[in-house]
Design a protein around this ligand. Structure first.
Ligand code: SDX
Length: 432
C-alpha cells in the first residue's frame, strides 16, 4: 500500500509539503510533522497537546468516544474482574499475561524487593510531621537513585528491568512509611508472606504492639483500585516521566517527576479534591448551587472528578468504581454512606444538565475512588499517594518502552514567541 500523506500548503508563501500519515493498530492516525519546520519554516501550535501524539505505544489504548480502556489489548472490565495488580504489572511490563511459573517468579521477585535501605528511612525525619505525603513521596522516591548505583545504567535492559521491579516493590513501603511518619508511629516492615495489597494495608495500619489482620474486603477493594489506576496512556504524569527520561535521567528521578505532575488537582490530586468537595456539600439540597458554581466561568469551583481530556462519555473505570463503592459499602454495612449518596445525587443532577451534557463531562476515575479509599480507612492526604503507587507500573513500563524506541530523542518542544523584538540595554541613569 502506498504511503498515505496529507498536503500542507502555506497560503502566504504558496509553499507546500507532503507529510506522511502515521497509522497504528487502533485509534486515530497522526500526521508526521517532523519535517514541517524544515520544509515550510512553520511549527505546529497545540497548547495542552490536544491534537499531538508524542510517541507510538503498545501499552494502553483508550477510546474516549466509546469509553474503552485496554491494557495490552485486554479490556479493563475483564482485568478488574479476574486479574490481580501484580498480574497486571507483569502484563504491562512484558506485554502478555504470565503463565503460572512466570507469575510465581514475578511475584517472588517483587515481594523480595519490598524493603527499603535503612538509610532511606532516615530521610523522613527531615520532613515536618504535617508535610503532605505527596511532598515526601517526591523527595524520597527521587532519592532512591542515591542507593542503587548498581542498576542505573539506563542503556542496560537488565538494569532497566531491575529498576522497574524495585520501584513496583518499594512504592508501597515508601508510601506506608510516609503515613506512619506523619502520625508518629514506628515504620512497619513488609511481610513477604502477604500479597501486594495486604502487605501495604498491614504496613499502613499495623502497630508493633499487637497483631494485625487485614480485612479481605479492604484488600479486594485496594486491589481493584490498583488495577484501575495502573496505566492510562499519555496522561500528564506519564508524559512527564517520558520527557524526563528522554534526557537520560535515571528511572527514580523520572518517577519522582511523575509524582510531582500527578499531584495537581486537575490530575491525580482530584481524588483528594473530590472527597473534600463532597464533604463541603453538607446537604444534597445544596447540590444545585454547586452545579451553578461549577458552570460559572467567574467561579474557580469545578466539579472535581468530572470531565476528562479523552473520555467524552463515562470513564469505564468510574463505572467499575461506582459499583465497587456500592458493593463494599453494603459489605461493611455502610450502604447509606452520606458521601456516596451525595456523589450519586451530584452525578444524577449534573448528567441532566445541558452544560455538562453539551461539553460531554462525565464522572472520571477520581469521582468514586476516594469513597472506596475512605471506606477502607485510608486517610484523605494519602489518596493521591495511592494513585502514584498504582501508576508506578504504568510510568515505568512507559519509560522502558521509550528507552527501547529507536524513534525517541530528547523531548524539546518549541514555542511561538510573543515577547519584545531585539532592543539595546539602557543604563539606569538614562531610564525615567
Ligand atoms: C485524571 O489524562 C488522563 O488520562 C488523566 C487520568 C489518568 O488516569 O491518568 O484519567 C486521571 O487526571 C482524571 C481527571 C481528574 N481531574 C478532575 O476531575 C478535575 C476536574 N476536571 C477538569 O479540570 C477537566 O475536566 C480536566 C482537567 C480533567 C480536563 O480538562 P480539559 O480536557 O482541558 O478540558 P477543558 O478544561 O478545556 O474543559 C472543556 C470545557 C470548559 O468549558 P468551556 O470553556 O468549553 O465553556 O468543560 C468545562 C471547562 O470549563 N469543564 C468543567 C469541568 N471540566 C471541564 N466545568 C466544570 N467542572 C468540571 N469538572
Amino acid at each position: 500500500m502506498s504511503q498515505e500523506t496529507v498536503t500542507i500548503i502555506d497560503n502566504t508563501t504558496g509553499k507546500r509539503v507532503e507529510l506522511p500519515i502515521v497509522r497504528g493498530t487502533q485509534g486515530p492516525a497522526g500526521i508526521d510533522v517532523r519535517t514541517l519546520n524544515r520544509e515550510l519554516g512553520l511549527l505546529t501550535f497545540d497548547p495542552g497537546f490536544l491534537s499531538t501524539a508524542h510517541c507510538r505505544s503498545a501499552l494502553t489504548f483508550i477510546d474516549g468516544e466509546q469509553g474503552v480502556l485496554l491494557y495490552r489489548g485486554y479490556p479493563i472490565e475483564q482485568l478488574a474482574a479476574q486479574s490481580s495488580y501484580l498480574e497486571v504489572c507483569y502484563l504491562l511490563l512484558y506485554g502478555d499475561l504470565p503463565t503460572k511459573p512466570q507469575m510465581r517468579e514475578f511475584q517472588s521477585i517483587i515481594l523480595h524487593h519490598t524493603m527499603v535501605h535503612e538509610g532511606l528511612r532516615r530521610f523522613y525525619s527531615g520532613f515536618r510531621h504535617d508535610a503532605h505525603p505527596m511532598a515526601i513521596m517526591v523527595g524520597v522516591v527521587g532519592a532512591l537513585s542515591a542507593f542503587y548505583h548498581d542498576s542505573t545504567d539506563i542503556h542496560d535492559p537488565r538494569h532497566r528491568e531491575i529498576s522497574a521491579h524495585r520501584l513496583i516493590a518499594k512504592m508501597p513501603t515508601i508510601a506506608a512509611d510516609s503515613y506512619k511518619y506523619s502520625i508518629g508511629q514506628p515504620f512497619i516492615y513488609p511481610d513477604n508472606a502477604l500479597g501486594y495489597a495486604e502487605n501495604f494495608l498491614r504496613t499502613m495500619f499495623a502497630v508493633p504492639a499487637e497483631p494485625y489482620k487485614v480485612k479481605p474486603a479492604a484488600a479486594r477493594a485496594l486491589e481493584l483500585f490498583l488495577i484501575l489506576h495502573a496505566d492510562h496512556e499519555q496522561n500528564a504524569s506519564t508524559a512527564t516521566v517520558r520527557l524526563a527520561g528522554s534526557s537520560g535521567a535515571n528511572p527514580f528521578a523520572c518517577i519522582s517527576a511523575g509524582i510531582g505532575a500527578l499531584w495537581g488537582p486537575a490530575h491525580g490530586g482530584a481524588n483528594e479534591a473530590v472527597i473534600r468537595m463532597l464533604e463541603t456539600i453538607r446537604d444534597p439540597a445544596e447540590i444545585p448551587q454547586y452545579i451553578t458554581r461549577a458552570k460559572d466561568k467567574d467561579d474557580a469551583f469545578r466539579l472535581m472528578g468530572f470531565g476528562h481530556r479523552i473520555y467524552k462519555q463515562y470513564d469505564p473505570r468510574a463505572k467499575i468504581l461506582r459499583q465497587a463503592c456500592h458493593d463494599l459499602l453494603k459489605e461493611i454495612g455502610a450502604e447509606h454512606q452520606p458521601l456516596f449518596e451525595t456523589a450519586l445525587e451530584l452525578e444524577r443532577i449534573a448528567l441532566q444538565d445541558d452544560y455538562f451534557l453539551e461539553r460531554r463531562l462525565y464522572p472520571n476515575v477520581d469521582f468514586y475512588s476516594g469513597i472506596i479509599l475512605k471506606a477502607i480507612g485510608i486517610p484523605i492526604p494519602m489518596f493521591t499517594v495511592l494513585f502514584a503507587m498504582a501508576r508506578t507500573v504504568g510510568w515505568v513500563a512507559q519509560w522502558m518502552e521509550m528507552m527501547e524506541d529507536a524513534e525517541q530523542r530528547i523531548g524539546r518542544p518549541r514555542q511561538i514567541y510573543v515577547g519584545p523584538a531585539r532592543r539595546d540595554y539602557m543604563p539606569l541613569e538614562e531610564r525615567e
